[in-house]
Design a protein around this ligand. Sequence first.
Ligand code: GLN
Length: 487
Amino acid sequence: MASIRELHKQLINKERSAVEIAQEALNRIQQLEPKVHSFLHVTQEAALQQARKVDAKIAAGEEIGLLAGIPIGIKDNMCTKGIPTTCASKILENFIPPYESTVTQKLADAGAVMVGKTNLDEFAMGSSCETSAYNVTSNPWDLSRVPGGSSGGSAAAVAAQECTVSLGSDTGGSIRLPASFCGIVGMKPTYGLVSRYGLVAFASSLDQIGPFSRSVEDAAILLGEIAGYDPKDSTSLKVSIPNYTESLKPDFKPRGKIRIGIIKETFGEGLDSQVEQAVTKAVDTLQELGAEIHVISCPRYRYGVPIYYIIAPSEASANLARYDGVKYGYRAEDADNLLSMYTRTRSTGFGAEVKRRIMIGTYALSAGYYDAYYLKAQKVRTLIKEDFEKAFQQVDVLACPTAPMAAFKAGEKTSDPLSMYLSDLMTIPVNLAGLPGISIPCGFNDQGIPIGLQLIGKVLREDQLFQVAYAYEQATEWHLRTPSLIS
Ligand code: GLN
């Protein structure tokens, strides 16, 4: 499947219609879904209808934007009016939102063609896409492996070319980790850059929506479309959105020196040796392209995971209190009074991982333990932020592996939550500090499984991330490989 710009050219030159492009995506979905299971719902009719609208505009000689007619997948935790939104949970099994999330509204207005809602870990809690109540998504590079999580469906759909681009959400790594596992680009923007209105809340101080794509340019185009102030989200930033595609230059020289800091603490014990090799090589390439490389210390980086698993479950336990069998979706039928209806609905509607988080969060927030856990975690969060601030006095962009390992086998970590949690070691601190981060393909291990490089930027400096990512992408060929599954 072609890039956004190529498809746009085909459309305006009338080489292909939007319906033909949508049909190509739908055919690919039909062919590959039995193997990959990226989608929870395929919205075939709505997709073709939207594509016909784009074709009518073209036929009428109207101008169309870059995203018009582009097939896109949406993670199933973003509300879509009239279309089921399940968060991959049984508790939202029958939930059909009466309203549209800001991001999907913006995409619909831009003429993008949503082909379906993608699978995720239940309520976006997980790193492998295995806690979904409905489906286990497979990694298109090796079907016996996980696509990463929680936005595994959105990442697998793009890697399998079932759509051109997709949206995910990232609370602790859920865009960057699956992007790395599936060999594609995934970006978590600065907290507040993209509206969270209509995104089902997991941990509100961390959640952020962002793009998946097979090229840096496509991610830059998609982010430009969804970013921007939204009065419906109280944490939305009032900032003007630059044209991100203007930062895409093949090297750094014309734009002055760029300083890249390698985070010392992300190397060493626990890091897979092939990941280490690939990332080290990527840093050499960046240096050859003209970047100035520094080694930087973020001493509190490793406290990210333990404090995230206090803060995120605490916020989740409050956010998930609303699912009580009254207002949304599923209700347990066999209760004989209100209290038992609540408890049965919640105990049978939520899966094990979600219940684990609710229990941890409720405990951490309880009167006797609040200071010892939640308050302390918030203090450490501030220290982690300070480490980044210091680092950014010396460099423009930080670099490290996106994950300590490449995609693991399905089932390998499901019975060991702690080892699952450690997959997000490199990504979580970025959410805690509210910074932008991107994962781009930087190699393959000897089993042909992709490896990702993470770049972390200063607040609202997505442009610099795109600049570095693009220069690296243009100097390498990793992004040109496709899984053998695609014929
Ligand atoms: N894997 C992490 C978790 O389970 C992050 C999830 C996310 O970013 N949504 O909480």
